[in-house]
Every structure is written in structure tokens, then in C-alpha cells.
Design a protein around this ligand. Structure first.
Ligand SMILES: [Zn+2]
Length: 69
């Protein structure tokens, strides 16, 4: 019986045995569904959005002042 691939609330890997025909135990089957419906997409949370915006603004400002000279 393979080990469950789910993660506990603490962030550790689940130590329970996976269910037959699944890589997750009964508690973490919902994680399997979530992993399938949400593939590794770029996660644009507020923090990275802000960093990107500041980055673009900085580059824009540098180009603007260079062109004016
Ligand atoms: Zn589990």
C-alpha cells in the first residue's frame, strides 16, 4: 500500500496509507481533486502583483528620464 501523497495542516506529508487505486487516503482525497482541477498555474497573489507593478514603474521611470535627456 503506497503512502498518501496528501499534506497535513502542518504542511507535513500524510503518514497514512493511500486508498486502493488512489495516491491519497480518505482524509486527503479532496487534495487529489484540487491538484487535478488546478494545474501548476502561475499564482498571481497580491504581493507578486505589487512587485511586478513596482518593477514596471521603475523601468518606465528610468526610460522616461533617459529619453528626456
Ligand atoms: Zn492522507
Amino acid at each position: 500500500m503506497p503512502q498518501c501523497q496528501g499534506t497535513t495542516k502542518k504542511g507535513d506529508q500524510c503518514k497514512r496509507d493511500a486508498q486502493e487505486g488512489s495516491s491519497f487516503c480518505a482524509i486527503h482525497v479532496d487534495q487529489a481533486v484540487r491538484a487535478r482541477s488546478a494545474p501548476t498555474s502561475v499564482d498571481w497573489d497580491r504581493d507578486s502583483m505589487l512587485k511586478a507593478a513596482i518593477g514596471f514603474a521603475a523601468v518606465g521611470a528610468i526610460l522616461f528620464f533617459r529619453l528626456r535627456r
